[in-house]
Design a protein around this ligand. Sequence first.
Ligand code: TRP
Length: 331
Amino acid sequence: METVLSGIRSTGNLHLGNYFGAIRNFVKLQESYNCYFFIADYHSLTTHPTPADQHGNVRQVLAEYLAAGLDPEKATLYVQSDLPETAELYLLLNMNAYLGELERCTSFKEKVRKQPNNVNAGLLTYPVLMAADILIHKSHKVPVGKDQEQHLEMTRTFARRFNNLYNTEYFPEPSAFNFGEDLVKIPGLDGSGKMGKSEGEGNAIFLADEPEVIRKKVMRAVTDSGPTDLNEEPSQPIANLFSLMKAVSEPETLAFFEEEHAKCTIRYGDLKKQLAEDVVTFTSPIREKINEILADPDYLRKVALMGAEKARESGAKTLKEVRSIIGFRAF
Ligand code: TRP
């Protein structure tokens, strides 16, 4: 069975964009692949080295993924730092990663611009740590978004280089998992691009948002001054609201408002009210589940322990083999 792996940032709560873009697909993948999903807490240190937040962030993300349907019995769900073998493989891979290629990486250049006072070596070698995450389980497929494609390409380079150097076929070269039609892009509420937590306050709807918060955010969503011609194409902000509606509402609801728009009789207040209620209906069971899980530390501990154990079984095996390939021997 092929191995699928994906890392999840431990900074920030999950929003509807994460849900439709990734999590929903992870939930499907766990049915038919050997899946590893982990929370990338080592990686978070490159930008968020705050001990007081560290554990809480990981706990929140773990609870949210469980609530959204990841099943610790089906997938291996673990915290990156619970698999310290990752760190050793990272060290070994660093010996074959070149400064030039790391400096050319787009995400590195962006971080240099964004945090000029903290251009740490962890930022530079971020792609090597990511390669270690992927290769530690000899993963075949990695479901990632566009922004991670270059990192995955670098992982392939490091895997190939290792194989060539030691004259082995040890690491598979992982490919991006393509969701095709299942990839639903969710726009934000600010009338422009996609939903994201860094796009400004109120642009993203979080799975853990209370109904009142959701209603406020949706009612403040950007619209336009209304259609003036029959069958006019909706403007970007309105098309965005329709996209959200397509994700969370009944098809008839969307059809109704699209028709109202085409007839120029649409009332955006009604559209937003309906959309807000449908978002609340959609997220409420997940929110309630998040709160239930967060209130049950024993369950979370059990899940984390189980994940760590399964991950270490696979990771320790890989590392033992890698050490042997490299030529480390016991006396
Ligand atoms: N870099 C990824 C992100 O920012 C998270 C991540 C870390 C990851 N390690 C990974 C994703 C390994 C896939 C595979 O979203």
